[in-house]
Design a protein around this ligand. Structure first.
Ligand code: OGA
Ligand code: MN
Length: 293
């Protein structure tokens, strides 16, 4: 099947036409989309109409949807019924915008740090699919960085230095860097730190890629400050503007990205306006994880 593909950036990201993500996809369509994800890493599908069940069904074509960590919150803090849905919105179950100091708002502000989804879990996230029900009148963009291109652009000495390094990732770490530490005992017990290679082979494209995130706290076997500085330097390099694609949301957009070879972050928007985005993320498979580049 031939997709209508319009590249959105010189290195990665493309708009895909002609797909209704709310309908059952046949095998050629799934195959063509998979090929496009492997090549472009970020796909934008406009003018979709999806409820939560349809969004989960669409994601299931590409892997096993993970259970979102929102299930570790108390029931009164949850808005969406299906445990696969990540609530990336700023509204509660009564559709009221969160108060400024609401815990859920504090937690979601962490999405504004450069990260990759669920790198703090094992297995980590593979593909994320974020759908926009409502967007603010300005701001609230999502930025993506191409970690394969960034890896290729590193100088040879840095590539050699990092080739076999491993980093520890934890959701508590990324939130702590913003001063948010209010995790329950349930959350702490359910989300222990995990370790991942810093450089891996991206299974879909066969290319070497960095694997970085705000969740990465230090390099295994290195003094903590030294490893933390290296991770910061790498993220700073990988998010130089030439590696970054900016998505400006419209309601009805479905954006798919490959967490194994990209970073992303949300951008600020007027806090009193509704922004209702919902995400499903598939789990990586262990076999793809450990491959050195
Ligand atoms: C996410 C995320 C950023 C945004 O859904 O995983 O990081 O712009 N979102 O809301
Ligand atoms: Mn994210």
């Amino acid at each position: 099947m031939n997709l209508a593909i319009t590249p959105l950036h010189p290195l990665f990201a493309a708009e895909i036409g002609g797909i209704d993500a709310g309908r059952t996809l046949d095998a050629p369509a799934v195959g063509a989309l998979t090929e496009a994800i492997n090549r472009y890493a970020v796909l934008v599908l406009r003018d979709q109409r999806l409820n939560d069940d349809q969004q989960i069904a669409f994601a299931s074509n590409f892997g096993r949807p993970e259970i979102n960590i929102g299930v570790y919150r108390s029931a009164d803090q949850r808005r969406l019924e299906r445990p696969e849905m990540a609530d990336v919105s700023n509204v509660n179950a009564r559709d009221e915008v969160h108060r400024r100091e609401d815990q859920r708002r504090m937690f979601n502000l962490g999405n504004m740090l450069w990260h990759t989804d669920s790198s703090f879990r094992y297995p980590p996230g593979a593909l994320s699919m974020l759908y926009a029900h409502a967007v603010p009148s300005s701001g609230g963009e999502t930025e993506f960085a191409d970690l394969r291109a960034a890896h290729d652009a590193l100088d040879a000495a840095t590539r050699a230095l990092i080739a076999d390094l491993r980093a520890e990732h934890s959701i508590m770490h990324s939130r702590a860097t913003l001063g948010f530490t209010e995790f329950s005992e349930t959350e702490r017990a359910a989300l222990p730190p995990v370790v991942h290679r810093v450089v891996r082979r991206h299974p879909g494209s066969g290319r070497a890629t960095l694997y970085l995130a705000s969740h990465a706290s230090h390099i295994i076997g290195w003094p903590v400050p030294e490893g933390r500085l290296l991770l910061r330097d790498l993220i700073e390099f990988a998010t130089r503007r030439e590696f970054v694609f900016v998505h400006r949301w419209r309601a009805g957009d479905l954006v798919i990205w490959d967490n194994r070879c990209t970073l992303h972050r949300g951008r600020p928007f007027p806090a009193e306006e509704r922004r209702d985005l919902r995400r499903v993320t598939t789990s990586d498979t262990a076999a793809a994880l450990e491959q050195a580049a």
